[in-house]
Design a protein around this ligand. Structure first.
Ligand code: HEM
Ligand code: HEM
Length: 393
């Protein structure tokens, strides 16, 4: 009986195997040569109608009795999986759910990574959102209002007050105001500042203002080269503000006369002039804005040029915020300085052009300084004469 059962079982197993084997196909055990070749037409869209493709599949010879269809294999038992409960009912939410909840609570979103850079594990951090809001909204407004507002004020000032003239007219006699080193350094600092400002403003406003005008390719080129210029001009700019500090700090210490100068509207409003030394209250302000503002912009900028050297992502966001805010405020201040140093005041530009200013201009704006210079000149002239006289005695 057991032998019979064994034979019956073997027959049952053999029948489907034989039935599945197509006539003409290699017998079991022989190497399957074309087994892996895909059928023509697979994955290439629908077959052309009325034009059946050639196939490598062996064809059944005509006249051969059709084999009975192979017995359907017994269905694999499927264990039923419980339906995923809605998020509210789950005990431990999955990663995506946790991320969403963290994002809604304003928390950091981070995970595990296998690369050596641990910073990459942090995908989103709350300060990043604050920074993006600052960059895309606050900075654009502060920058736009400061620079645009200053331009409007200057236009209004020019239209109402006009150019500030030398009241006594040009005397035809000049006095040296700045030597070559001072002028070369001023122009190096000024020109690098202007390029840094323009390339920086392109990062803040370019995508809103320039990109729509010139298109993405040209804007890419402009921004790429602008960014390189911004990085490299940072160094001569830093040198320039350092030299300015060394050359001019002694004449820029604030004193009581500066307050009087501001109270009198600096001679810009009205026509009276307040006595001033080498630099008046307004010029001292320009000096300190340049030196202190420039230093803040430079330090924060170097953090950005060399990210993650001594800083983490929070420091970088702070550095960027400080850099961008001080920069746009400085740009607004310098627009006013450039106006007064050129178009706004007759005779002012010569100080940084030839270095020689008209004596009447100098007396009107820097009377005390002219007296000091005259006293020095008298001493210089008098010294050899006195020495000669002493020798003659
Ligand atoms: C030592 C001097 C400076 C250094 C090292 C420096 C460096 C940098 C760096 C690395 C960036 C970030 C660029 C980026 O997002 O890829 C930047 C942005 C910027 N810089 Fe400077 N910079 C310097 C001076 C200046 C000056 C003098 C001004 C203004 C006259 C200025 C204005 C800006 C502005 C407006 C931005 C763009 C902020 C934004 O919208 O993202 N920078 N600077
Ligand atoms: C085209 C642009 C500029 C022009 C025409 C210009 C013109 C002048 C002139 C005529 C003076 C001499 C004023 C005096 O007799 O005391 C001066 C001084 C000065 N400039 Fe400029 N300047 C320009 C840009 C800049 C920029 C961008 C900066 C800062 C980064 C700057 C910083 C200074 C400083 C600190 C002084 C000495 C303080 C003062 O006299 O106000 N200048 N500039």
């Amino acid at each position: 009986m057991r032998r019979f059962l064994l034979l019956a079982a073997m027959l049952c197993l053999a029948v489907p195997a034989v039935a599945q084997q197509a006539p003409g196909a290699p017998s079991p055990g022989s190497p399957s040569v074309q087994g892996g070749a895909p059928e023509i037409g697979v994955g290439r869209g629908p077959m052309p109608a009325g034009n059946p493709p050639n196939t490598t599949e062996p064809q059944r010879p005509t006249g051969v009795a059709t084999q009975p269809p192979p017995q359907a294999a017994a269905p694999t038992p499927v264990t039923e999986r419980p339906a995923v409960p809605p998020p509210a009912l789950r005990n431990s939410p999955d990663a995506a759910e946790r991320e969403l909840q963290a994002a809604l609570r304003g928390e950091r979103i981070e995970g595990r990574i296998t690369i050596p850079d641990p910073k990459a594990a942090s995908l989103i951090q709350p300060e990043g959102r604050d920074w993006r809001q600052f960059h895309n909204v606050t900075l654009t407004w502060v920058g736009g209002v400061a620079v645009g507002g200053m331009l409007l004020i200057l236009v209004a000032f020019y239209l109402t007050r006009g150019r500030i003239r030398i009241e006594g007219g040009r005397s035809g006699r000049t006095i040296q105001r700045f030597n070559l080193l001072e002028r070369v350094n001023h122009w190096m600092t000024a020109s690098t500042f202007i390029v840094l400002g323009l390339t920086g403003l392109n990062l803040t406003f370019g995508r809103h203002v320039i990109l729509p005008l010139m298109g993405p390719e040209a804007f890419y080129g402009l921004t790429h080269w602008g960014k390189i210029l911004h990085n490299y001009l940072a160094f001569p700019f830093t040198l320039g503000i350092t030299l300015m500090l060394l050359l001019w700090v002694k004449d820029n210490i604030p004193n009581g006369r500066d307050i009087a100068w501001f109270k009198a509207g600096g001679g810009l409003i009205g026509h009276g002039h307040v006595e001033a030394g080498r630099f008046n209250g307004g010029q001292k302000m320009v000096f300190w804005i340049t030196v202190l503002g420039g230093a803040a912009v430079a330090v924060s900028g170097y953090f950005l040029i060399f990210p993650f050297w001594v800083s983490n992502v929070n420091d970088l966001q702070l550095a960027h915020t400080v850099h961008a805010l001080i920069s746009v405020l400085m740009i607004a201040a310098m627009v006013a300085h450039i106006y007064i140093g050129s178009l706004g005041m007759e005779g002012a530009y010569d100080a940084m052009g030839s270095g020689q200013v008209d004596l009447n201009w100098a007396k009107e704006h820097h009377g005390l300084w002219v007296q000091e210079e005259m006293a020095k000149a008298r001493q210089t002239i008098a010294a050899p004469a006195n020495a000669k006289a002493a020798g003659a005695d």
